[in-house]
Design a protein around this ligand. Structure first.
Ligand code: TRP
Length: 450
């Protein structure tokens, strides 16, 4: 059964695919800007601690349930439930998860489209087509719709090829390209005047700012988004791992790659901001805060590239190319969630499922673009601030309380016979049972009333 529904062919393939899902705009765009404005190295430290102590256990919950069931989240949560009530709640959680995953893709595709447009704009500049270059970087409905559509077509293309030929093959190609591009860019930016000032800001901890509750909450939210938790993405990738694989180890590898790339992106983006400052670009707001979020990526960095002349065009192309790849290996993992569900639950052919769901998501993106002011921020908040933590909470409850502990242990033993005697088994079970749910709930309460 497992092979009929697709399976990753190797540990490398799985780690590239899952790390590809995890590494995305959240790492390269979100993490560095938050670190820059929240106490630099102190934020980094808190992020590291939270990623290992909370996000990793939650990731393991999804991977183990998925591998055990070799099925999508709806069927998997049903399978591990002992009675019909819990089966229904589990199925509902899975269904909400796939709706949220689709909604996340609908805004993610818009931002990813901008990345492609900015990437092509550098090419246009190179060819001297400055009108086209300007159009590509100016916010407007036709441009937004066109590039969102192009990005969804890429995503559909990869997912329609299936687990091994699509997800694994493309992640294994694109992830090394992403790493190489990132290292090259970091090495180059660090040689520029002003970069050292940025390094100082990034690496000198300001603990007073880092220990505020709001910041810790922001860091945890960032870690959850960054590891693609809470919507069944990692559960479905876990369901494609073969039974001999040592899950705590591969989960650890994925977490490490994700963190490594976020930290590396900090070495790129923060020094780049200070190079921009050195070249006369404004990087502080009127109130003296560092500019962050979209203004940084779509205004400050392009202005920096402009001050760098010809080299700037190449660097700009490389940077937005990197962002586009990172977004693509993440978006395929979002689309796989609803696609796997309708294939397994309703017996649709993969191609039919991919094209109809991909089309529906493109429509949803179109609706967001037509009502950008009112919908864009709303969809992001609804999915990432409220739904993701709540669904992540449910996955922990199912792994920690609902699923029979002996069955869970048996599942882990398949790939690591000695697991009972490891540190993992001493800590993880009560972690997903108590620590993760309590903290996730705490964050959720805070984001509601905080
Ligand atoms: N982790 C990705 C990033 O950092 C985004 C992502 C992929 C995601 N799949 C997800 C986020 C599922 C939430 C849920 O950009």
């Amino acid at each position: 059964m497992a092979s009929a529904r697709g399976e990753f062919s190797s540990r490398f393939g799985f780690v590239m695919a899952a790390a590809g899902s995890a590494v995305g705009l959240g790492n390269i765009w979100g993490f560095p800007t938050q670190a820059a404005s929240n106490g630099g190295a102190a934020f980094l430290l808190i992020y590291l601690v939270l990623a290992f102590t909370l996000a990793y256990p939650a990731l393991m919950a999804e991977l183990i349930i998925g591998r055990h069931a070799h099925a999508n989240a709806v069927n998997a949560l049903r399978l591990i439930s002992p009675n019909s009530q819990l089966r229904n709640i589990g199925a509902a959680t899975g269904i909400i998860g796939f709706i949220v995953a689709s909604l996340i893709l609908s805004f993610y595709a818009i931002v990813a489209g901008w990345m492609i447009a900015f990437c092509l704009s550098s090419l246009a500049n190179l060819l001297g087509l400055s009108d086209l270059a300007a159009w590509l970087t100016t916010f407007g409905l036709p441009r937004n719709v066109l590039f969102m559509g192009i990005f969804i077509v890429f995503t559909i293309g990869i997912i329609s090829a299936g687990v091994r030929e699509g997800i694994e093959r493309w992640s294994a190609r694109l992830m090394p390209a992403l790493l190489a591009t990132l290292f090259l860019l970091v090495a180059y930016v660090l040689t520029l005047d002003g970069a050292m000032e940025g390094l100082r800001v990034y690496l000198l901890p300001d603990f007073e700012r880092a220990l505020s509750p709001t910041l810790i909450i922001a860091a945890l939210g960032a870690a959850f988004f960054s590891l693609s938790l809470g919507v069944g993405t990692m559960l479905i990738y876990g369901s494609y791992i073969n039974d001999d694989e040592n899950l705590p180890v591969v989960g650890g590898l994925v977490t490490l790659v994700d963190i490594l790339i976020a930290v590396m992106a900090g070495f790129l983006v923060i020094p780049a901001m200070y190079v921009a400052l050195h070249n006369g670009v404004d990087i502080f707001t009127a109130t003296g805060e560092l500019i962050s979020e979209d203004t940084l990526i779509f205004t400050v960095l392009p202005e920096l590239f402009t001050t760098m002349g010809f080299a700037g065009i190449i660097v700009s192309f490389t940077f937005f190319f990197l962002m586009s790849i990172a977004a693509l290996t993440s978006s395929i993992s979002m689309l796989e969630v609803p696609v796997a569900y309708v294939i397994e639950e309703h017996g649709l052919k993969r191609k039919t499922a991919v094209f109809s769901i991909g089309g529906a998501i493109a429509l949803a993106s179109g609706v967001i673009l037509l009502n950008f002011e009112s919908l864009f921020g709303l969809v992001i908040a609804f999915t990432t601030r409220y739904s993701q933590p709540l669904l992540g909470f449910m996955f922990c409850i199912y792994a920690g309380w609902v699923w029979h502990r002996d069955q869970l242990l048996q599942e882990l033993r398949k790939g690591s016979p000695e697991v009972e005697h490891t540190l993992f088994w001493k800590i993880w079970p009560w972690y997903v049972k108590l620590v993760c749910p309590v903290i996730i709930l705490g964050i959720f309460m805070h984001s509601l009333w905080g």
